[in-house]
Design a protein around this ligand. Sequence first.
Ligand code: R5P
Length: 291
Amino acid sequence: MVKIVVLSGVPSSFREALRNINVGTVVPTSKVFPDGEQYLRIEGVGCERCIVVASLYPNQDSKLVELYLALDALKGLGVPSIDLAILYQAYGRQDKRFLKGEPVSASVLYQLLSRYCDKIVVVDSHSKQALEYLGKNVVNIVPHGYMVKKLGLKVDFVLAPDKGAIERARCLANELGVGFDNLEKFRDRVTGEISVKEKQLDVKGLRVAIVDDIVSTGGTLAKAVEQLYRAGASKVIAIITHALLVGKAVEKLDSVGIDALVTANTIERNVKPRWLTEVDISELVLNQLLR
Ligand code: R5P
């Protein structure tokens, strides 16, 4: 017997998918104390194996606290085995000390998880380092190829908008049997401002997919879209796992004329621009956990 414990950040389309499978789900009861602290209680779980499903966005800090409280509650109930699915791994981008005096946030926040969990499945962790902090028995699901195939998209070339996305681009390009390249991005670590080196791209008349893990403010993606149109691409589709689209991201991407943004249902988002398509990847996640 397995029970799935669904935490508050899990997006509605993922919850819907959970309802359609033949497994019992449990939603913890929760409240916030007058001083702002969280309280949580899990009922309806006996001595069966549990799978916790969490997405740590938005309100990352409170979602992390909720996750740890839920894991400890399950330990206290004596469940024999806990597996965890993290649909969006917050703080994954601070995976090292970029500037002197900074913490390694991903290490601090995730290294305790392996004390509670037997297996962790994460969707497109930002980097190898961010993944390592989750422990040893970890599966990283990178859904770009799955999303492209599910939508039947036609792609002639793949582009990584920065060096960090090269492996993602290589994997998708190999899966599709097309070529790939990457841009070089520089981020001012103090102001956050980004610049992208101009590069000669051989994409005239091609349908190009830009591949990345996260689109947040849209700055990285907008710069890549602009370069591709300048180089003569006929269509630019972004295939990005986690579309946070914060601040003026939608306006920014509108203004550079993005054709489509394909993303996974790893977070709940309020903005749904006309060019955004969300693909349900619950099958990929659950296949790893319910084998
Ligand atoms: C960073 O390296 C990530 O892979 C993304 O490229 C980045 O988070 C995107 O951020 P933004 O949309 O704010 O440019």
